[in-house]
Design a protein around this ligand. Structure first.
Ligand code: LLP
Length: 426
């Protein structure tokens, strides 16, 4: 996070608070959210895309306090399940500023979204169009929809591969003609209001050329729809996926540079196709909340394994951060309660779960005198860590504490063993 500092020889501070005090008050592990950091990233995206709507992708991390923060920063919100929608609504998010995603929205979820008056539903299949059309007819309303288009660009961190069609569950294939057919169906039935096209090509993307190819292709479809039906769709959503730096190896583009490149492609393509430039929106999740959070753990066992490596066990693990085990993700770690002049030691930070893949940080140099009771901070854990947390091994999920201007506030409390047992009704 941006507001982290370290006093000479001392402990890490965040927003002016000493991590030792945070650990003492809230226990460990704990996710610490630097609220000003999150807010500043919302502002950066809004400034970089001044005439676009910026939807925060709530799947990265969602709770009521964060809904209020992003709403205060003028953001819109993307949800993808009834649960995320419920959280958004209960935090007072204006329904018109919510977009609803998902490849398998239930009739109940769709009905709830329609009744709440969400601003847009991103339709993902012909079956969903039929379900939503039936709900709209029954309710006598005209929900606004976007079509999720599978543009055949699959982007991963440093590269992207363009394929003729994507073998995956999301959206309507562009190459196969399903996307155009979906647009014609919605326009011809004239029950739903087709606002535009949507494309999302992946996550943790560094190479902006994937977005460029995708924007070009989706605008090609826009022109095809205009030619076939005489309708120019007013909106275009280019999705999320903007990469962040997890380690010093990563070098993500600044929102401003991304925006410039995207704008240029969109404007150029629209000019070439003689299309009016649609109103843009984007959906960053990770890039808003990822860097704003670090997880604070306490060290338990430190084990040297046959001189191969030192295993530093912390009091959490794959239940609060599955990303290392699941995606081979890279994180860094630092001893947070003190500085040390001891020589650096190649360490692996591991959790407390009964599984050897329970790794938090694969390789990190920690001071050789790292010991039980030390605090370890792992930065960049705001996105897809708490939101993908589990109760594996019946470990209660950690709390989230927001810090700002020297004050800390609990925004998600720690789960307790009672919480876990409350569900066990057998
Ligand atoms: N919009 C749509 C339609 C999405 O499916 C996603 C992410 C986003 C926006 C936000 O993407 P972001 O800006 O956060 O990259 N669990 C994985 C990431 C899954 C992303 C799923 N969709 C991980 O931990 O890396």
């Amino acid at each position: 996070p941006r507001n982290v500092a370290r006093a000479d020889g001392g402990a890490l501070t965040v927003a002016g608070l000493d991590v030792r005090d945070l650990a003492a008050e809230y226990g460990t592990p704990v996710y610490v959210l630097d609220e000003d950091d999150l807010r500043s990233r919302c502002r950066e995206f809004r400034a970089a895309f001044p005439d676009a709507d910026v939807y925060y992708a709530g799947k990265a991390f969602l709770c009521r306090a964060v809904v209020r923060m992003i709403a205060e920063e003028g953001m819109f919100l993307d949800v993808c399940t009834g649960g995320e929608l419920a959280t958004a609504l209960s935090a007072g998010m204006e329904p018109a500023r919510i977009g609803f995603h998902g490849n398998n929205k239930s009739v109940a979820e769709l009905t709830r979204a329609v009744d709440a008056g969400v601003g847009r539903i991103i339709v993902d299949s012909f079956a969903e169009i039929d379900r939503l059309t039936a709900i709209a007819r029954e309710r006598g309303v005209r929900p606004k929809v976007l079509i999720r288009v599978t543009v055949g660009v699959e982007a991963h961190t440093h590269e992207f591969i363009a394929t003729a069609h994507e073998d995956q569950k999301f959206g309507f294939s562009l190459a196969g003609g399903a996307a155009a057919a979906a647009a014609f169906k919605i326009l011809d039935e004239d029950v739903l209001e087709l606002r535009g096209l949507h494309s999302h090509i992946g996550s943790q993307i560094f190479d902006a050329s994937g977005f460029e190819v995708s924007a070009r292709r989706v605008l090609g479809l826009q022109a095809q729809i205009r030619d076939a039906r005489g309708v120019e769709l007013p909106e275009l959503d280019l999705g999320g996926g903007f990469g962040i730096a997890y380690t010093t190896q990563d070098d993500p583009a600044a929102p401003h540079d991304l925006a410039k490149r995207l704008r240029k492609i969109v404007d150029g393509e629209c000019a070439a196709e003689k299309l009016a430039v649609p109103h843009l929106s984007i959906e960053p999740g990770r890039a808003i909340v990822g860097p704003a959070v670090f997880t604070l753990y306490e060290v338990g066992t430190v084990k040297d394994v046959d001189g191969l490596r030192t295993y530093v066990s912390v009091d959490g693990g794959m239940s609060d951060n599955i990303r290392t085990a699941l995606y081979d993700a890279s994180y860094s770690a630092t001893v947070a309660n003190r500085t040390s002049t001891a020589e650096p030691l190649l360490a692996r930070v591991v959790g407390k779960h009964c599984e050897s893949g329970d790794i938090v940080v694969k390789d990190e140099f920690l001071p050789a005198d790292v010991q039980p009771g030390d605090l370890v901070a792992v930065p960049g854990t705001g996105a897809y860590c708490r939101s993908m947390a589990s109760n594996y091994n019946h470990v209660p999920r950690p709390p989230v504490v927001a810090v700002r201007d020297g004050r800390a506030r609990l925004i998600v409390r720690r789960e307790t063993e009672e919480d876990l047992l409350a569900l066990d009704v057998g």
